[in-house]
Design a protein around this ligand. Structure first.
Ligand code: CA
Ligand code: CA
Length: 200
């Protein structure tokens, strides 16, 4: 009897694959797609990415409202770790940013689901504030979503001096950690509008 119980315990342990969580960081300075970087002279002239000695990977992404509100999009390619669960889970654990001047607003969506909004800290340091990075901490709830390609949209509204983003860190559950979860990104600017609603 005892042998049978032990045998079943071993079989169950082998069959039920442990589902792990893991975190991945995306450097915002990599958000302009390679095509954008090659084709759009304006990107380089405006210096979308900028050297910052205190930033992760020594670079940040500077955006402002001069040509409309910035919209940053990231594609997430999420393959399931275990088929026993139908969904995977995603959460935004942190956005690291800096600001020098009046505050800025952002709204984050996962596909069409509103995830969170955030207001940056206003800072007035005559330019020195850009190299002082702050952490938002976790933004919004952990969402259960279908596997496959998901889209993160970050809509930004800034003052005239803008805001700088260093990185965004996600936590995943039941996602295959061997796959590259970041599979595309872009930045565009849209005319000022009624913010807080998803721009698709
Ligand atoms: Ca600002
Ligand atoms: Ca960075």
């Amino acid at each position: 009897m005892m042998k049978t119980v032990i045998l079943w315990a071993v079989i169950v342990a082998v069959c039920v694959k442990e589902i792990k969580t893991f975190e991945r960081t995306f450097e915002f300075e990599n958000a302009p797609s390679e095509q954008q970087d090659d084709l759009d002279q304006d990107i380089r002239q405006r210096g979308w990415w900028i050297w910052r000695s205190e930033a992760s990977a020594l670079k940040g992404l500077h955006v402002d409202n001069a040509k409309g509100n910035p919209v940053i999009q990231l594609k997430l390619c999420l393959k399931r770790q275990s088929r026993n669960q139908r969904t995977v889970s995603v959460s935004v654990e942190n956005i690291r940013y800096s600001n020098d001047g009046p505050l800025d607003h952002l709204w984050i969506y996962l596909d069409t689901n509103f995830l969170a909004n955030f207001t940056t800290a206003g800072d007035y340091e005559a330019g020195h504030g850009w190299n002082k990075f702050r952490d938002t901490g976790k933004l919004g709830p952990t969402l259960q979503v279908r596997r496959g390609q998901r889209k993160i949209t970050i809509q930004v509204s800034t003052d005239k001096y803008g805001v700088e983003f260093d990185y965004i860190r996600f936590k995943f559950e039941n996602v295959d950690p061997n796959q590259d979860v970041f599979c595309g990104s872009s930045i565009r600017f849209v005319p000022r509008r009624n913010w807080g609603q998803l721009v698709d």
